[in-house]
Design a protein around this ligand. Structure first.
Ligand code: SAM
Length: 334
């Protein structure tokens, strides 16, 4: 029997304590969002993917190091068969207090209730457009009706809050900001706009970002005044606002115009077991041979600690030094 790893928090050289792990369960996706991935893509062979048992073993090793928040992502996580089983396995690990999921919602109508029953409580659904044409333009696929059905099923299953994420791109999703915000208000959903980042397969330019301050101006002009909401959790990447008229909340994730690297608490595990200490990391640690081989829990814990210690101060999107990672978002896990 393997011994448990030594306790010891995942604190980096800048004093940032890491308690948040994003796990990609597949690199496959049923959409082809232009800002995220190429149209033609070779996905990992299924045997390359970490098994649920390997993922759960990893979570069991990092939980004593302070990881207590897990988010399952992808690719599209609902393409991984039997995902509720993984949710239940992770939720049962001592120390894990929060399991969330980020999904495009296409397969959610059937999956929402089993996921809720398995212990999932936090769900983010990505939706960039309420117009069919723009949905297709962004995702290169159809499916808006399925996403809306998935959102309705998530509400019915009991998820609360339900967060809707939209990527904010000038001249494209810019025109969806108001319709999406109105839809969210009407349906009791929390709308979040994410500044478009240079992490996809397309050519990113700063001018293409529809910035946080522009989103706020648009919402206040077209819908009504907003006031900032204070945060108890400084590592929350969203700046949250509430409509003065009581119409709910909007979050803005200003990754480009107001980076929040200084309070980053996240590490990521890719579907094939690479550990990344930053979304924009250029290096990664291959944990699969350790998880599949006979490496002890303490050896794996040491590898995670070393990777966290190596973490840089932050992405350099706003500088001439910025180097775009080779992996696109679908292969990292957003
Ligand atoms: N398939 C799932 C989904 O659509 O939510 C999970 C994976 S997806 C990569 C996670 C999130 O990353 C989505 O909300 C997506 O919009 C966001 N994303 C992908 N590429 C992005 C980019 N270049 N800039 C900002 N957000 C991006």
């Amino acid at each position: 029997m393997q011994s448990l790893p030594m306790m010891g928090s995942l604190v980096d050289t800048f004093g940032r304590r890491h308690n948040n792990l994003r796990i990609s369960v597949t690199d496959r996706c049923n959409l082809r969002c232009t800002y995220c991935m190429p149209e033609e893509v070779t996905f990992l062979d299924k045997k390359e993917l970490l098994s649920f048992e390997e993922i759960a073993r990893f979570v069991g090793i990092v939980a004593p190091l302070g990881i207590d928040k897990i988010r399952l992502t992808g690719g599209e996580p609902l393409l991984r068969r039997d995902l509720p089983r993984l949710v239940a396995m992770i939720a049962a690990i001592p120390g894990i207090r929060d399991v969330g999921l980020t999904t495009n919602g296409l397969l959610l109508a059937a999956a929402a209730a089993p996921l809720f029953d398995a212990g999932l409580r936090r769900i983010n659904i990505s939706l960039d457009a309420l117009s069919e044409a723009r949905f297709r333009q962004m995702s290169r696929r159809d499916g808006l009706d399925l996403v809306l059905a998935g959102i309705a099923a998530a509400k019915k299953a009991g998820f609360d809050p339900i967060k809707i994420n939209a990527v904010s791109i000038r001249g494209i999703t810019e025109y969806e900001v108001v319709p999406l915000a109105r839809y969210a208000r009407e349906h009791g959903l929390e709308m979040r706009f994410i500044e478009y980042m240079p992490i996809g397969a397309d050519t990113w330019e700063r001018d293409k970002v529809f910035f946080a301050h522009e989103i706020l101006e648009t919402l206040e002009r077209e819908i009504g005044p907003l006031v900032p909401v204070g945060h108890s959790d400084p590592s929350n990447p969203a700046s949250d606002f509430e409509y003065v008229d009581g119409g709910g909340r909007v979050g803005i994730i200003a990754s480009v115009s107001r980076p929040f690297c200084g309070s980053c608490n996240r590490i990521r595990l890719t579907a094939e077991g690479k550990l990344r200490n930053c979304l924009f990391a250029l290096d990664e640690v291959d944990l699969k041979p350790m998880l599949r081989g006979n490496a002890s829990a303490s050896t794996i814990a040491d590898a995670v600690r070393a990777n966290v210690l190596d973490k840089w101060a932050g992405h350099e999107i706003n500088t001439a030094h910025f180097v775009k990672p080779e992996r696109t978002m679908h292969a990292i896990g957003g």
